[in-house]
Design a protein around this ligand. Structure first.
Ligand SMILES: Nc1ncnc2c1ncn2[C@@H]1O[C@H](COP(=O)(O)OP(=O)(O)OP(=O)(O)O)[C@@H](O)[C@H]1O
Length: 343
């Protein structure tokens, strides 16, 4: 759906060049939710604004749905932008217009006749869960409701792509989750390609299929969310991963725990990387084999593609039963590391 080659944006500030996006190349598939994560100043906003040419690229090419965005005339660009919706951190609503008037705005610009417009606005209001709030002004809406108006407005002209610029950063955690659920629902229902930029790992973990990590205008690492976060290579990626799987903290307390448990059985560290496993595994082990499972510590987080994290357990029982249980766990494609063997 989107193909970007060698994209570059250099701003000039006080006669000094600032490279905000640097030789960036990336392909984004149709229908996926693609996350871009990075710290403040990494170039995320500039990157996403280059996609619909809210910023003009200094160099490089951008193809969206087969159209070379960088080559479009201003009239062609206006039409192409109807196929690219965008939502913003601070919503960017028109404060003197009601919910329905805000949503109708892009339809008015596209020249959609009044009767059709009315019908479409009502459909969108129902889709984003704002039924009953049609006549409210933005000042009368909560943050989450304002973002719902922003989403409905972005979807008005049936875009193929939705760009989300820190769309949940101004919202509390609960509202963030409800907006993320709405985005997933829209992605599934409409088959829309979503590009979402954020500095929050939680957002990536919850809804993205793939992720790119940005630093100093470049993509330093990208791939499937589980692959990138179960095996982060760059220091910046490792820092983000620690937000959801704090392994460093765990090693110290494990050392302590190991000196305080009976030296029996086997201590295993199970690494969950999403491939066809779930937390029911442990209860299954306890049911099928004559072993006791003593949970020592763990941190498992759910991603869109399955669980990710580690669990450290002590297996107590006959040596042969422990071996059987260990093989069973390995078959479930969980990585197993023996931390201590007293069996
Ligand atoms: N219009 C502009 N003029 C000059 N420099 C700019 C402009 N817009 C962005 N920059 C610079 O480009 C770099 C990247 O900024 P950008 O806003 O894209 O980063 P970001 O990752 O989105 O960070 P944040 O989340 O803080 O916005 C920064 O050094 C910023 O100061």
């Amino acid at each position: 759906m989107i193909s970007i080659q060698n994209l570059k944006k250099i701003f000039t500030l006080d006669k000094q060049p600032i490279t905000a996006v640097d030789s960036l190349s990336l392909d984004i598939n149709e229908g996926e939710i693609f996350g871009v994560i990075g710290y403040s100043g990494a170039g995320k906003s500039t990157f996403v604004r280059l996609l619909n040419r809210l910023e003009e690229p200094t160099d490089g090419t951008i193809f969206i749905d087969g159209k070379e965005m960088t080559k479009l005339t201003s009239r062609q660009l206006r039409l192409a932008r109807q196929e690219i919706g965008m939502i913003f951190q601070h919503f960017n609503l028109l404060w003197s217009r009601t919910t329905e008037e805000n949503i109708a705005f892009p339809l008015e610009i596209a020249g959609v006749p009044k009767v059709e417009r009315k019908k479409r606005v009502q459909e969108l209001i129902d889709l984003v869960g704002l039924t009953g709030r049609e006549k409210a002004y933005p000042s009368q809406l909560s943050g989450g409701q304002k973002q719902r108006v922003g989403i409905a407005r972005a979807l008005a002209n049936n875009p193929k792509v939705l760009l989300c610029d820190e769309a949940t950063s101004a919202l509390d955690p609960e509202t963030t989750n409800s907006i993320l659920d709405l985005l997933v629902g829209i992605n599934e229902k409409l088959g829309l390609t979503i590009i979402l930029i954020t500095h929050e790992m939680h957002v990536i973990r919850k809804i993205c299929n793939r992720v790119a990590v940005m630093e100093k205008g470049k993509i330093v690492e990208h791939g499937n969310v589980l692959d990138v976060f179960s095996n982060p290579k760059q220091p910046v990626t490792k820092k983000f991963v620690e937000q959801v799987v704090a392994e460093g903290d765990q090693d110290d307390s494990l050392e302590y725990l190991l000196t305080h448990i009976d030296p029996v059985g086997k201590v295993l560290r199970l690494q969950f990387t999403g491939t066809g496993t779930n937390q029911a595994l442990i209860s299954e082990v306890a049911k099928q084999f004559s072993v006791q499972v003593n949970m020592l510590q763990g941190k498992i987080t759910q991603t869109k593609n399955g669980p990710l994290g580690t669990l450290t357990v002590q297996m107590i029982g006959e040596k042969i039963e422990i071996q059987k249980a260990e093989s069973f766990i390995k078959e479930a494609t969980v990585e197993v590391e023996v931390i201590r063997d007293d069996s």
